[in-house]
Design a protein around this ligand. Structure first.
Ligand SMILES: Nc1ncnc2c1ncn2[C@@H]1O[C@H](COP(=O)(O)OP(=O)(O)O)[C@@H](O)[C@H]1O
Ligand SMILES: [Mg+2]
Length: 292
């Protein structure tokens, strides 16, 4: 083994210990983001616990995607700290430890963002080529096929181009790509936007199953009240440039912030609650109110 390989192994080991030593997967402190005169975040704090699905909600343009981009290093904040698995991430795009952390997450961007000139399988292989250039083509194909099946797509989807797939299948292909590196942490930006209710519910169920099976931590931006009620362990609300509340939906309902009351107690919120209650009665439990 070369000294470089030894150093890389040492880093992986140290990170493994860091990953296991804290209950917090992501910690954001004092985040500030602005574009020209427009301040999007100011003094934003957030903790994401390991193994949870944290839903992130807020009005359109409140900075949900910018928050995600700040955490994954695509947006350099004006101020603030971001730690992922205990490692500081800001301004550390290229060093070896930051790279080792980046390998531990997968991202499904808003809109899916598949490469339209690549097949589904080739899309899934992109992160493998980028982070594991030594993996040969046959193994890469096998990994891609496995990930594609994991997300509920048929194997025949592999050689298809994104334009040949339905919206729901494209989302799943994006999910397969996000899972390519066996991540511990999954970022999903409005994954059910644009899907019909049945497709959205199926995607939610798939997310929950994968999260349970693989022990994932999920940072899930969504507008979808059904998603929030059915699969999120906790929900963080962005308004007024920061996280104004985070907790279970019951805990959020106990706060008197007007946006939260309007959102969860408005007609659509109430419809989502009663749909969830109906589901919970018919399936014999696991209502969100009982989740920890
Ligand atoms: N690259 C950018 N340049 C300028 N403004 C941006 C950029 N990205 C986001 N914004 C602005 O920041 C605000 C928050 O955007 P975003 O995080 O995408 O909102 P959302 O909560 O809907 O995901 C919006 O007003 C948006 O126009
Ligand atoms: Mg967005």
């Amino acid at each position: 083994m070369t000294s470089e390989e030894e150093a890389a192994l040492e880093t992986e080991k140290r990170l493994e210990e860091a990953v296991n030593s804290s209950d917090i997967a992501i910690s954001v402190r004092g985040l500030r983001n602005s574009f020209g005169d427009q301040v999007v975040h100011e003094g934003l704090d957030l903790d994401v616990r390991k193994g949870e699905i944290l839903g992130v909600v807020g009005g359109s343009g409140t900075g949900k995607s910018v928050l995600m981009r700040s955490i994954i290093g695509l947006q350099i904040p004006d101020e603030g700290e971001v730690h992922v698995f205990g490692e500081p991430m800001i301004g550390r795009l290229d060093d070896e430890e930051a790279l080792a952390i980046r390998k531990r997450w997968g991202v499904l961007f808003q809109g899916g963002a598949l490469f339209s000139t690549l097949t589904v399988a080739e899309n899934v292989e992109v992160p493998l080529r980028e982070y594991y250039p030594n993996i040969g083509p046959q193994l890469r194909d096998e990994i891609a096929a496995f990930k594609i099946r994991m997300t509920g797509l048929p194997c025949e989807a592999g050689p298809k181009y994104p334009s040949e797939l339905s919206g729901g299948m494209r989302k799943r292909a994006g999910l397969a790509r996000a899972l390519a590196l066996d991540p511990d942490l999954l970022f999903l930006d409005e994954p059910t936007a644009g899907l019909d209710p049945i497709g959205a519910a199926a995607f939610d169920e798939q997310t929950r199953q994968l999260q349970k099976t693989l022990g994932l931590t999920v940072f899930l931006i969504t507008h979808d009240l059904d998603t929030l009620f059915s699969i999120c362990d906790r929900v963080a609300v962005i308004a007024d440039r920061k996280i104004i509340a985070v907790g279970t939906i019951d805990e959020l309902l106990a706060t008197d912030h007007p946006w939260i009351q309007e959102y969860f107690n408005g007609p659509r919120g109430r419809a989502a609650v009663s749909a969830q209650q109906r589901h919970s009665i018919s399936s014999g439990g696991d209502a969100p109110a009982e989740r920890q």
